[in-house]
Design a protein around this ligand. Structure first.
Ligand code: NDP
Length: 395
């Protein structure tokens, strides 16, 4: 019986709130707070209509630590589940420290003025969280999140040593629009246009954005082009599994998506440097976000599947072995269940499960942790139960 405070009322939040309502034995009280109250109220109304569960709502600017601290003190939640944007992470962690409440997020902190994904800022909170006797669980989405747990599962059950890890993310969904991103456009484009970084022989190798391309044959989807890029879970995985010699992250992009992105980049629309427009400073990528479709609006029109998983090569009983652990998720089935497309769904379900693990005490320790630092089994069991079953294949 616990009270969860969910921050942010976007695409992922909609799924988290629906899923917490489905697990009312654990989440007996739900409060949803975000910058725009009307968005919280719309999600609360949908959940009330579907499950008869009441969701309390509140307006909050999570970048204002004093305001958020006052809200936490007033409603006294057991856990703060952050599904706002990466820019808010440190402010929300500060409010959790001030009030002594556990914290969870799905994406690592990123300074607004620099497109840099790194855990160092959040890992630096470890001693303070430990001393306060509270826990922070970082990156409890799909990737990062489930991909970290798949890696922990591979290490626990399938391989004695992991030498090569490829995390491969396919979105084979079609929304029928010329160009749209399937989660927050600003965060998505910052990530895709960044230099690719992968781990090779004990060091990070930097290559130009999307310069490495391969073809991968996905179960139920078929062959797709995949492109190497940097993704934040690589940093924690190579830290926690020093035996990994090579770690890479790959994502599918259609030629159409890449052509649009190239043009937008070439004309300067993806830049995060401010420009002067009619006497006012604007940031091109933020303007671009305003004119692109809201990812939440893609739900009713997206068809097809996602497939995200880990291919790991290593040793089992002294022999070389390659295993593939993955999930397949269907956009239309997600929409029918919770009114969101599969990208929000595959992020929101693991966010709820991470919170469930913490609140049930299955994953609980004071300090700041990544997903692979806990027992993968109870998490994966609950993940399958709440809509994201997974498969294991030997390649
Ligand atoms: P959206 O843009 O749809 O939603 C973000 C929400 O946060 C909005 O409701 C927004 O408010 C709110 N917000 C922004 N700033 C503040 C603030 N200062 N105070 C309070 N609320 C604020 O994003 P998504 O739902 O697509 O993504 C949510 C998070 O999930 C992101 O951090 C993203 O990086 C992460 N993610 C993680 C994935 C994973 O697999 N690990 C995959 C996909 C996403 P408003 O409505 O007023 O703008």
């Amino acid at each position: 019986m616990s009270h969860v405070l969910i921050i942010g009322a976007g695409g992922v939040s909609n799924v988290v709130v629906h899923k917490c309502a489905q697990a009312k034995d654990t989440f007996s009280k739900i409060t949803l707070a975000s910058r725009t109250l009307a968005k919280c109220e719309a999600i609360a109304a949908a959940v009330k209509a579907k499950y008869g569960v009441e969701v309390a709502t509140s307006a909050v600017d999570a970048d204002n630590v004093a305001e958020l601290t006052a809200l936490i003190e007033r409603i006294k939640p057991d856990l703060v589940l952050n599904v706002a944007l990466p820019y808010q992470d440190l402010h929300i962690m500060d409010a959790c420290l001030a009030t002594g409440v556990d914290y969870l997020d799905t994406a690592n902190y990123e300074p607004p003025e620099e497109a840099k994904f790194e855990y160092k800022w959040q890992w630096a909170y470890h001693d303070r969280f430990k001393a306060r006797g509270i826990m922070a669980l970082l990156g409890s989405g799909f990737d990062p999140g489930v991909t970290n747990v798949f890696t922990a599962y591979i290490k626990k059950h399938l391989l004695d040593e992991i030498h090569e890890l490829d995390i491969i993310d396919a979105n084979a969904g079609d929304h029928g629009l010329p160009f749209a991103t399937n989660f927050n456009p600003e965060i998505n484009i910052r990530e895709v246009t960044a230099e690719a970084k992968h781990w090779e022989n004990g060091a990070w190798q930097i290559t130009p954005p999307l310069a490495h391309k391969r073809v991968f044959d996905f179960p139920q989807i078929g062959e797709k082009n995949i492109y190497m890029m940097y993704h934040e879970e690589l940093e924690s995985l190579v830290k926690h599994y020093p035996e990994i010699k090579t770690a890479r992250f790959w994502m599918t992009f259609s030629d159409n998506y890449l052509n649009h992105l190239k043009v937008l980049e070439n004309v300067g629309m993806t830049s995060i440097e401010p420009v002067l427009f009619e006497g006012k400073e604007i940031i091109p990528i933020q303007f671009l976000k305003a004119v692109l479709p809201d990812p939440a609006s893609l739900g009713p029109r997206t068809k097809g599947k996602t497939c995200i998983g880990c291919v790991a090569k290593g040793l089992k009983d002294g022999k070389e072995k390659t295993v593939y652990v993955y999930n397949i998720c269907d956009h239309e089935a997600c929409y029918a269940e919770v009114g969101s497309q599969a990208i929000s769904y595959t992020t929101g379900v693991p966010a709820m499960i991470g919170a469930m693990m913490m609140l049930q005490g299955k994953w609980h320790q004071a300090g700041v942790y990544n997903m692979e630092q806990f027992d993968p089994d109870p998490f994966l069991e609950a993940l399958a139960q709440y809509g994201l079953p997974w498969e294991v294949k030997e390649l």
